[in-house]
Design a protein around this ligand. Structure first.
Ligand SMILES: NC(=O)C1=CN([C@@H]2O[C@H](COP(=O)(O)OP(=O)(O)OC[C@H]3O[C@@H](n4cnc5c(N)ncnc54)[C@H](OP(=O)(O)O)[C@@H]3O)[C@@H](O)[C@H]2O)C=CC1
Ligand SMILES: CC(=O)N[C@@H](CCC(=O)OP(=O)(O)O)C(=O)O
Length: 342
């Protein structure tokens, strides 16, 4: 059995990790941390886990995380980078759901995250945990940087077009909408029911911290810098991201066949039939990205629609996929979940 610890178990991604790992046949959950709720039974805070998780939250300093085989950080940005070195030295493999190890260029990371990086030397070693791009490197990684939610939906939608060199990469547009769970479980005025329900707004238009992460991934696929306009929106739903992606075609091709071939052997990317319009509810609770590609009126604009559950394929599910790869397990272990509808 793989002994697993989770730092930050009371947030939405932490409890989503618990939901998935509770049914993982090769995982023994050994520690789940919270500073504020140390001593509280997990199933007292989350009754959905009664009968599945028989643990209490413990303080991170008293959780013997160095005894684990793998530790997930489901913490705010800037926490994993302070603790990863000691865990790696103790032989523990680390998966960070936050952004500490995602961006290779340290000045860029420091600019967007507004703090000094505590262990820049580990950033080069960290593997960006998008299995559809980095599967082989993830298998042997000690440290995995789990992608952000918007970056997962946007990169998976653009990658087939960019890898094939079919579109102009100087002027890509990603118009993305997220449910409020993307903002985490902490109390904030903007995510109160009376603020976020029955309303719709863009935010972060001058610049969102996922912009450099997405550009880094797309530039790697393109082999050159890309131009990207990324506009996130807050939409009054709980889970889900819907990304509408626009690019200008340079070379004619059968786009439906291109997408189907690119993801033919990917267990968690579903290319829908031509003409489809994927809904966020079609992936709710599942580790699936559903994609449709369109070329409206046969013109030269390609429109890709990409949907994920931000807490699953956009966070905890992708992290469990990475764990499975790192420990040589079948990739879909504990992830064979049928989405919840309605
Ligand atoms: N929500 C989403 O859709 C997605 C989130 N992410 C990322 O995943 C991470 C977690 O997100 P989310 O679950 O939403 O966050 P939350 O804000 O909901 O939860 C944060 C958790 O971290 C713990 N924590 C906070 N500060 C510290 C600290 N200094 N040391 C140890 N533990 C700490 C908290 O418990 P306590 O304070 O009691 O210790 C809590 O359990 C974030 O970095 C987020 O950006 C990534 C993709 C999608
Ligand atoms: C709706 C909403 O607020 N979403 C969050 C995305 C959170 C996330 O996944 O960001 P990191 O893991 O990169 O910190 C936001 O826009 O800040």
């Amino acid at each position: 059995m793989i002994k697993v610890g989770i730092v930050g178990g009371t947030g939405y991604t932490g409890v989503e990790l618990l939901r998935l790992l509770a049914r993982h046949p090769q995982v023994q959950l050994t520690a789940i941390t919270s500073r504020a709720d140390a001593g509280t039974r997990v199933d007292a805070m989350f009754p959905s886990l009664r009968g599945y998780v028989d643990l209490c939250f413990s303080h991170p300093d008293q959780s013997q995380l160095d005894q684990c085989d793998a530790v997930f950080f489901a913490t705010p940005n800037g926490i994993a980078m302070q603790q990863a070195r000691a865990l790696l030295d103790a032989g523990v493999r680390v998966i960070d759901l936050a952004a500490d190890f995602r961006i290779k260029d340290i000045p860029t990371w420091e600019k967007w995250y507004g703090m000094a990086h505590a262990c820049p030397e580990l950033v080069a070693e960290a593997v960006y945990g998008l299995p559809e791009v980095n599967r082989e490197a993830i298998k042997t990684a000690r440290l995995v940087a789990n992608p952000g939610c918007y970056p997962t939906a946007v990169q998976l939608g653009f990658l087939p077009l960019i890898e094939a060199g079919l579109v102009d990469t100087s002027n890509l547009i990603a118009d993305a909408k997220s449910g409020v769970s993307g903002a985490g479980r902490k109390a904030e005025i903007g995510t109160l029911l009376a603020e976020a329900a029955d309303s719709f707004k863009a935010y972060g238009v001058p610049g969102h911290r996922h912009l450099p992460e997405i550009k880094q991934g797309l530039a790697r696929a393109a082999g050159n810098e890309v131009g990207l306009t990324f506009v996130p929106h807050l939409t009054p739903m709980i889970r889900g991201i819907h990304a509408t992606l626009y690019s200008r075609i340079k070379t004619d091709a059968d786009l439906q066949a291109l997408f189907e071939q690119r993801y033919a052997s990917e267990p968690f990317v579903d290319v829908l039939p031509a003409g489809s319009h994927p809904e966020t509810r079609s992936v709710r609770g599942a580790n699936t990205c559903r994609i449709a590609v369109h070329r409206p009126q046969g013109g030269d604009t390609v429109v890709v629609l990409s949907v994920i559950d931000n807490l699953v394929k956009g966070a905890a599910g992708q992290a469990v996929h990475n764990l499975n790869l790192m420990f040589g397990l079948p990739e879909a272990t504990a992830l064979d979940v049928v989405p919840l509808l309605p």
